[in-house]
Design a protein around this ligand. Structure first.
Ligand code: GLY
Length: 397
């Protein structure tokens, strides 16, 4: 099981105009990252969800938040692209904080967002620089995540403990926490991590993904029997709609799992969910910024550019492993090019605006009252997508 192959797939190959646009956008995005380091300087301080007037809310590591790994992740991307030790020094301070948190088991046993926290902040650091503290932190994190696996029902419980009937469920977002488990097997040689990840993936495909390739956001299981109970939503429009970002986590998660396993069944499932995503974009074919829930296909409704960019990353990930002659993949690549261009042109917050966010039009959680904003995960995946489009990037995931 290795995820190190890099065929050098570049989305911009043979597309000089797109390449120019991506390079300029990346340069500009990194200017914003640099400016943000003045405030988020490694002192255990993180930009988090609340975003007003171009400024992120700030938390320290004492307030656990699933998005906190994405700021150090941006620093590692910036370090990788520029070679500038300035970024590395700040990013290493965050490694220290993330290690303390893992070592003290701070909130690690409470939720599944461990992969979001530790892959961009620590697996990245270890892969890029061999940082031993990052390695230890990521191993502890993977161990904690693996302990959320419930044999009865074969899934990773998203939140709460195994005795809580109400929390006996899994969610779409977990699909992008699984890479931490695949990585842990690759790194330690212990198969348990990847086995649990694959069981969770299969349960997701069996119950969460519907016949038509759409998905529920949450899925409840029976604690006593492990039997499926029902799907429902939390961040989406309704229980029977499909929440766009949740679906994008499934797309990208499957692409990464395919990289680790090369299992043709996973590719088939990737095609099912990617087809649903791409076939349910806005009705106007020139408009490739997805609405926040697939219930909407036109009108003045909130968008979720982060979901589009996460799917672009998923397609670029998959394109490394599948034959360029594959007809399905060719179609996805054409769509990913247009989607990336659309998102750059309409959603990139250019540095001259003087704001902290880099990608706008992200709907974090509309039912919970957080409409279109910038988000650290949007900024992170935007930069990752830009880098992937022009360089043979070795994934942190
Ligand atoms: N918790 C992951 C998300 O909101 O997408």
């Amino acid at each position: 099981m290795k995820n190190n192959d890099r065929s050098g797939f570049l989305l911009t190959k043979g597309e000089p105009e797109l390449e120019k646009l991506v390079r300029e956008t990346l340069d500009d995005a990194l200017k914003t990252v640099k400016r943000n380091t003045k405030r988020f300087n490694g002192n255990n301080n993180y930009p988090v969800q609340v975003y007003k007037n171009g400024v992120y809310d700030e938390t320290d590591g004492a307030r656990d938040c699933w998005t906190q790994g994405f700021w150090p992740g941006q620093l590692w991307l910036a370090y990788e692209m520029t070679g500038d030790e300035y970024y590395r020094e700040i990013a290493e301070k965050y490694v220290g904080h993330m290690f303390d948190r893992a070592y003290n088991n701070y909130m690690l046993d409470f939720h599944h967002d461990i992969g979001f926290l530790y892959t961009p902040s620590c697996v990245s650091a270890y892969k890029l620089t061999g940082n031993e503290t990052a390695l230890r932190a990521a191993k502890i994190a993977a161990w904690s995540l693996s302990r959320r696996f419930r044999p009865k029902g074969e899934f990773i419980q998203s939140i709460g403990n195994e005795f809580d009937e109400n929390s006996y469920k899994f969610i779409a977002d977990t699909m992008l926490n699984l890479p931490l488990l695949f990585w842990a097997t690759e790194e330690t040689g212990e198969p348990m991590y990847a086995e649990r990840a694959l069981k969770h993936l299969n349960t997701t495909m069996k119950y969460m993904v519907r016949e038509d390739g759409s998905s529920f956001h949450h899925f409840r299981m029976d604690r006593a029997t492990g039997e499926p109970v029902k799907g429902f939503t939390w961040q989406g429009y309704s229980d029977d709609s499909c929440w766009t970002r949740g679906h994008s986590w499934i797309v990208y998660g499957l692409a990464i799992a395919y990289g680790y396993t090369k299992d043709p069944e996973i590719y088939k499932n990737f095609c099912r969910v990617t087809d649903f995503f791409l076939n349910n974009m806005p009705l106007d074919p020139e408009d490739l910024v997805p609405y926040w829930d697939f219930h909407f296909r036109e009108g003045d409704v909130e968008r979720d550019a982060s979901a589009g960019i996460i799917v672009c990353c998923g397609i670029m990930e998959m394109a490394q492993f599948v034959s360029p002659e594959d007809e399905k993949l060719k179609g996805y690549i054409e769509k990913a090019k247009k989607m990336l261009k659309n998102i750059i042109e309409r959603c990139h917050v250019r540095s001259e605006r003087g704001e902290e966010g880099i990608l706008e039009h992200i709907t974090d959680a509309l039912p919970q009252g957080v409409g279109e904003v910038c988000e650290p995960y949007g900024d992170y995946f935007f930069i990752e997508a830009l880098i992937r489009a022009i360089t043979p990037w070795k994934s942190y995931w």
